[in-house]
Design a protein around this ligand. Structure first.
Ligand code: GLV
Ligand code: GLV
Length: 328
């Protein structure tokens, strides 16, 4: 009997079809927010699952899934998955690093620039019909070139952003749980600083760190108070890293020049205060969303699942396994 695989969301049909060469596949035809009971029922019948960041899987779903051996997450972040519970149950977890690094860095840089130069606000202003006459002092922003970029989280994506910053003549500061090798620091012209110093010195701060209990609301009122009033904050990591109410307070009180947010704590629900802010650029979690990269992510997740369930050319050796307790 062929292993059974559940696909939690519609992805690219032509790529997902490869699963059918090895497995009995149950696909979800429409984008779905699976209720916990429905998720548990789907997983209960599966040997493997292809899931996305829309699909939280915790101890209860795992307890109900005796056959489950592998979960392939489409995405580099995997905070939707209870990793300790999965590893305790012997279930292999894979993600999709590397294929999305450059695309996500492009978007992070674009969002930072859009925030500094107030592009979202300028476009709204024009569409509202407010442009009656060109004037010298309308919508003035901050510079990106020559400014100091603070990168919080210096993984693959953080380093790709640092490389872009070099082309803009920026000074790059970073903070990370562990310091990079001196040679890698030199290659990226990046200077390691403490968390407080990063906040105090950045003209533009960008968040590219994994979401975990340690990073939950790391950017809270106290952290925001350390930023300079002309600074911008860009978040392409996970919404829960920022205290959104504290961010709105800082914006309303002029203690921060602007924010570019691609991720939100309760997404797709939005904190209504954020929608009231003028100096923000808000995007719907699309940083890895070029067509080529989204296809590459699904292809890698499919390869991972085939290999994790012992089939295909990499049988038993999935290309990107997430190790419990280890993030790189
Ligand atoms: C998207 O947010 C991802 O983690 O890939
Ligand atoms: C995230 O883990 C990254 O690739 O930077």
């Amino acid at each position: 009997e062929r292993p059974r695989v559940w696909v939690s969301q519609p992805l690219f049909d032509d790529i997902v079809a490869r699963l059918g060469e090895h497995f009995e596949v149950t696909a979800t035809p429409e984008v779905t927010r699976h209720a916990p009971a429905a998720m548990a029922a789907a997983l209960a019948a599966a040997d493997g699952a292809l899931v996305t960041l829309n699909d939280p899987i915790g101890a209860a779903e795992i307890a109900a899934a005796p056959r489950l051996r592998a979960i392939a997450n489409v995405g580099v972040g995997y905070n939707n998955l209870d990793l300790p519970a999965l590893s305790a149950a012997g279930i292999l977890v894979t993600n999709t690093p590397d294929v999305l690094t450059e695309t996500t860095a492009d978007f992070g840089f674009a969002l930072m620039m859009a925030t500094a130069r107030r592009i979202g606000e300028a476009e709204r202003w024009l569409r509202e019909g407010q442009w009656r006459q060109w004037s010298f002092d309308v919508l003035l922003g901050g510079d990106v070139h020559g400014a100091t970029l603070g990168i919080l989280g210096m993984g693959r994506i953080g380093r790709a952003i640092a490389r872009r910053a070099g082309g803009f003549g920026m000074r790059v500061l970073y903070h990370n749980r562990s310091r990079l090798d001196p040679q890698v620091e030199r290659e990226h012209a990046a200077e390691y600083v403490g968390f407080d110093e990063l906040l105090a010195r950045a003209d533009h701060l960008i968040l590219v760190l994994p979401y975990s209990p340690q990073s939950h609301r790391l950017i809270d009122a106290a952290a925001l108070a350390k930023l300079r009033p002309h600074a911008t904050l860009t978040n392409i990591a996970r919404g829960g890293i920022v205290d959104e109410d504290a961010l709105c307070d800082a914006l309303e009180q002029g203690r921060l020049a602007g924010a570019g947010l691609d991720v939100f704590e309760g997404e797709p629900a939005l904190n209504p205060r954020l929608l009231q802010q003028r100096r923000v650029v808000l995007t719907p979690h699309v940083a890895s969303g070029s067509l080529a990269t989204r296809r590459a992510m699904v292809a890698l997740a499919v390869d991972n699942l085939i290999a994790a369930l012992g089939r295909g050319p990499n049988a038993g050796r999935p290309p990107s396994v997430v190790k419990a307790g280890i993030r790189d």
